[in-house]
Write a protein that binds this ligand. Structure first.
Ligand code: UDP
Ligand code: MG
Length: 336
């Protein structure tokens, strides 16, 4: 079943989340448009304005007014990259959806090759970075370590060195839209769905203009969400750590008993005592912290608020009227 709300039914949807991308949207639009025009197929360009505080929305509205292939999904506030993508996926109408960043780090020119791989039977074609000269060295190292760590943790492997730049079939889009979780790590969710998923190698460019929206702490949060959304192994890890320390304490207990019974004097042992107390204390807090991470996410999930709120859907420079409303995918529409 198609979840599209679009009156037309394009062959490809370009999906671009934008948060304060005023400096790049027009250039991005031109490049995407050029690729779309060479396809010889119908297409739409869907921009999601993720609560930008600059004039990104004005520029997008202008684009939608001058080009009927452009749709703008305006969210009620900044929801974060992954939720902006989720909102966009719900509104994309294409048979195939190309998810890409709005800053031209992901070259849209890769699309024809991706379409070809999909013609050969892949349901997902994910772009894997051969190199990423556009990003700083610490970021490259941190990301590389994270992807390898993550692929060890998850039951369904998430390909390494892969962002959200990928072409997804309608079938997979519909499944992702139906998935109700609010802590969304789209690339993990897409991997989890399965079917045939094929990589395509590319070199990731630098940002065309503007600044990264992923400073260190935000990247850490994405990493945490990625782990917690894709794996429960840290919880198992916590109990294994508990077991290991329990084993250590049995040995320690034996030693204490032995020295009390046979050596005849209990050691002064302030240093060792302090060590045990601090080690045990910190390991307990660490384990509690892991449990807390999951508990917090469960709390938010149980609260069951809509995961994103759409203020407006704009086509032809105006609010698009007469669109059927659907409630799946956890989104909510608020028309002002
Ligand atoms: N983005 C978004 N909402 C946010 C943060 C980022 O929609 O809260 C978009 C951003 O506009 C861009 C994409 O997500 O299109 C990736 O962000 P960015 O390029 O800043 O990340 P980086 O490539 O530096 O990791
Ligand atoms: Mg970027």
């Amino acid at each position: 079943m198609s979840t599209s709300l679009h009156p037309l039914h394009p062959y490809v949807s370009f999906l671009l989340p934008c948060y304060n991308e005023s400096a790049v949207v027009e250039q991005t639009y031109r490049r995407v448009k050029a690729v779309g025009d060479t396809l010889g197929k119908t297409y739409e360009i869907v921009f999601v304005n993720d609560g930008s505080s600059d004039d990104t929305l004005d520029r997008l509205v202008f684009l939608s007014g001058s080009d009927t292939t452009v749709t703008v999904i305006d969210l009620s506030r900044n929801h974060g990259h992954q939720l902006a993508l989720s909102a966009g996926l719900r509104y994309c109408a294409g048979d195939r959806v190309l998810i890409m960043d709005a800053d031209l780090q992901d070259p849209p020119e890769l699309l024809p090759a991706m379409l070809e791989l999909m013609d050969q039977g892949a349901e997902v074609v994910y772009a894997q970075r051969r190199s990423r000269p556009g990003d700083s060295l610490p970021k490259r190292v941190a990301c590389s370590v994270f992807y390898r760590f993550l692929s060890k943790l998850t039951e369904v492997p998430i390909p390494v060195d892969t962002g959200d730049f990928r072409l997804i079939s309608r079938r997979v889009v519909d499944i992702i839209v139906q998935m109700p979780e609010r802590h969304r790590f789209i690339r993990g969710m897409v991997s989890w769905v399965g079917f045939r998923q094929t990589p395509i190698l590319y070199d990731r460019d630098g940002r065309f203009a503007g600044e990264t929206k992923y400073p260190f702490w935000r990247l850490m949060r994405l990493a945490l969400d990625g782990i917690a959304a894709s794996s429960v192994r840290p919880l198992a890890l916590a109990s294994w750590a508990g077991l290991l320390f329990a084993a250590c304490s049995v040995v320690l207990f034996g030693y204490i008993l032995w020295s009390w019974l046979f050596v005849g004097r209990t050691p002064q042992g302030w240093a060792s005592l302090m060590m045990v107390v601090t080690v045990m204390g910190s390991i307990q807090l660490f384990v509690l912290g892991i449990i807390g991470q999951y508990l917090g996410r469960m709390h938010e999930q149980v609260r069951a608020r809509p995961i994103f709120i759409v203020r407006d859907v704009l086509r032809d420079g105006r609010r698009a009227g007469g669109w059927e409303r659907e409630t799946n995918g956890g989104g909510a529409e608020q028309r002002s």
